[in-house]
Design a protein around this ligand. Structure first.
Ligand code: COA
Length: 169
């Protein structure tokens, strides 16, 4: 079956879109802290690239940029990396996130020789957790009251996917 999205290099000119996505209320709730300026968003991307993060833009079949996805904290000796994703608020719930995650996971295992891909997410992020479980990520631990969101402490959960499990799915 053809995929709903494709991954391509994330370009400098894409940052203006990322800036909007980050300042969406749900994004602030689920991944952010407070609204960010364009310059802060640029700096974030610069810092990530400097740290060796692989960043891809997610494009739908109409060639619209609908999100970004990245592999960070790549430790080649141990064969592991952390995955992160943020979709444009206009394109959430279209199956794009799932398709992009599958392709980034394949890239991690097939191009980067990873053995494990892991992530953290806020325990309140039901949509993201449902997606990660569908992809085979397993809950490895919970960091209690790790974030303060909208006046409440919430847990952060840690999930991991091993190459052997991905291949056996
Ligand atoms: C979380 C996110 C990446 C998911 O991407 P998406 O494109 O919206 O998700 P999809 O449409 O691919 O849906 C993935 C699965 O989640 C499930 N799902 C969708 N919405 C859901 C909801 N509100 N509650 C529970 N499960 C839900 C669907 O069942 C779907 O699986 P299916 O295709 O087998 O039916 C995206 O919504 C997003 O960027 N959210 C804001 C930022 C964020 O939370 N990032 C992740 C931080 S860890």
């Amino acid at each position: 079956m053809t995929e709903k999205v494709k991954l391509r290099a994330f370009e400098q000119e894409d940052i203006k879109h990322l800036h909007k996505w980050y300042n969406n209320a749900e994004s602030i709730f689920m991944v952010g802290r407070t609204p960010m300026t364009f310059e802060e968003t640029e700096q974030l991307v610069f810092n990530m690239r400097n740290a060796g993060t692989i960043i891809m833009g997610i494009e739908n079949n109409d060639e619209e940029l609908v999100g970004w996805i990245h592999l960070s904290n790549i430790v080649q000796e141990h064969g592991r990396a952390e995955i992160g994703i943020l979709m444009s608020p206009d394109y959430r719930g279209h199956g794009y996130g799932k398709s992009a995650m599958k392709q980034m996971i394949e890239m991690g295992f097939n191009q980067l020789r990873l053995n494990k891909i892991y992530l953290t997410t806020r325990g309140i992020n039901e949509r993201a957790i449902a997606l990660y479980k569908k992809l085979g990520f397993i809950l490895e631990g919970s960091l209690r009251q790790h974030s303060f969101i909208d006046g409440k402490y919430v847990d952060t959960i840690f999930m991991g996917l091993l190459l052997q499990d991905w291949r056996n799915m």
